[in-house]
Ligand binder design. Structure first.
Ligand SMILES: [Zn+2]
Length: 491
């Protein structure tokens, strides 16, 4: 859907992003290990995270430090006084029947309020900047994990695993100012990059999850839950916009409700009508003392903040003379930016490296829905490939093919070129033979080419095809021209 069409529909999207502080060793209120991935179900739990009678939570100090760091990175106002609330609800993933969270009403103060993230979105060839306002950020605990054999609405039973219950989450809530699925995805990428620069690894499965509120034309808000990948954010939002648009067209009412994103069927399905806030009976958590945060503590954390994506972008523009857009794309992932800077240590055409990283490597990774951390290509491999182009061993176009193969097979470029014999053919005699073959196979095209210079392209393309894109295009063009001239003379 184009930007104009979306504007017409008055799309308003707000996100609630849950980020696991994966760098913490223990859960938020107990000493259980937070390293739950791949562990046997229900093997990492204790009376505290199970909420057994008589158990008392105690707060992980590191979690507060990281929350403050994140708040500062988002340009938010850190609260000097903050407290925890109980959010009561009965659901099998919640062993205590309440979640220890924070609240921004009835005397509740979240760890930080306000802040913003500036995003740059590319629409066709134009890019536009947008400031996404953050409402608040709070610290809360993750619920356990439910598994539905098959799909959520057809499963005969549900399995529960409490290993994740009590893991520390930061919830970042935005204002409903995002106006397209693409903006939402770009925002999430930037947020993830900020967290990565703070030292929180968000590439592991489930480390960053998001719920989205969407409304069209000022209508009811629909909440879509369970979106676990950035690609799915775009898909889920596009689907939901389409669904609501259809309802408006046929004058059906859009109820305020919570919907579930079904990854397998690529659609949202109704879960329940949305709870009102009073359904949760929020009240202050009596087992945890309020937290006082001094200005000194905040200042100390501030002075130790690492370089963040926006600062890094400015540095990349200055140090490597990159166009602003290239720099923005490169800092959208810390691992990508690290990879880029590593490349620049041994290759001096910085702009060329950035083009390769963005237009070839990143594009392919996006198509495959892969993260740079999931592939084995090193900066060394990419530079070797660029050197092979510069030396004239292979063509630009061949190099793109080799890069794809490198991603797929994890082999170094030289091996792929050797195995598939992708060396550039610059021997005129060899190229002449190929040209002869194509001229014989396509007599009609040759006749056309004699009359219309535009048709020459087809013949050149055919030779390229049979040479596996290894024929030197300059020599090839000359030979085709020469051959056509000779034929013309004969006529
Ligand atoms: Zn525990």
């Amino acid at each position: 859907m184009s930007k104009k069409e979306l504007e017409k529909l008055g799309v308003m999207i707000g996100l609630e992003v849950h980020i696991q502080l994966t760098n913490l060793k223990t859960k938020l209120f107990c000493g259980c290990s937070s390293d739950y991935r791949g562990k046997p179900p229900n093997s990492l739990m204790c009376p505290v995270c199970l909420g057994l009678p008589g158990s008392l939570p105690s707060l992980n100090k590191k979690a507060v430090e990281y929350a403050i760091m994140t708040g500062l990175a988002l340009n938010a106002k850190i609260s000097h006084h903050t407290l925890f609330y109980r959010k009561n609800y009965y659901y099998p993933d919640m062993p205590k029947n309440f979640q220890i969270s924070q609240y921004d009403k009835a005397g509740g103060i979240p760890i930080s309020s306000g802040g913003e993230i500036v995003i740059e979105v590319k629409n066709k060839k134009k890019t536009h900047k947008k400031e996404i306002t953050i409402t608040r950020m709070q610290i809360e605990e993750d619920p356990g994990r439910l598994t539905y054999p098959g799909t959520i609405d057809t499963a005969a039973y549900t399995l529960v695993d409490y290993n994740r219950a009590g893991i520390c989450l930061l919830e970042v809530v935005t204002e409903p100012v995002l106006s397209s699925p693409r903006e939402a995805r770009t925002f999430l990428q930037k947020l993830r990059s900020i967290m990565e620069h703070l030292g929180v690894d968000c590439s592991i499965e489930g480390a960053i999850r998001c719920d989205a509120n969407i409304s069209l034309m000022g209508g009811n808000r629909v909440e879509v839950k369970n979106i676990s990948s950035f690609k799915d954010v775009e898909r889920a939002l596009s689907h939901e916009i389409w669904r609501q648009e259809q309802s408006i067209k046929f004058q059906h009412e859009i109820p305020q409700e919570t919907r579930h994103w079904d990854e397998k069927r690529k659609m949202t399905i109704s879960l329940r009508t949305k709870e009102e806030e009073h359904d949760y009976r929020y009240f202050p958590e009596p087992d945890l003392a309020p937290i006082n945060i001094t200005q000194e503590f905040i200042d100390q954390i501030k002075s130790n903040l690492p370089e963040l994506p926006d600062e890094r972008k400015i540095r990349l523009i200055k140090e490597y003379e990159l166009p602003a857009y290239n720099a923005e794309v490169i800092v959208s992932s810390k691992k990508l930016a690290d990879f880029y800077e590593e490349c620049c240590k041994s290759y001096s055409n910085f702009k060329k490296v950035s083009d390769w990283v963005i237009n070839s490597l990143l594009r392919r990774l996006n198509e495959l829905n892969l993260d740079i951390s999931e592939i084995k290509i090193t900066s060394d491999d990419l530079i070797k490939l660029l050197n092979l182009i510069d030396e004239g061993t292979i063509h630009n176009k061949t190099a793109k093919y080799v890069l794809e193969k490198m991603i797929k097979t994890e082999k170094p470029p030289a091996i792929i070129i050797e195995e598939e014999n992708l060396y550039r053919i610059s021997d005129p005699k060899k190229i002449e033979k190929l040209v002869e073959k194509i001229f014989q196979e396509h007599p009609k095209a040759v006749q056309d080419a004699l009359k219309h210079p535009k048709s020459v392209k087809f013949l050149v393309g055919q030779v390229m095809e049979i040479s596996n894109h290894t024929a030197d295009p300059r020599i090839l063009n000359k030979i085709v021209e020469k051959r056509l001239q000779q034929l013309k003379k004969r006529i």
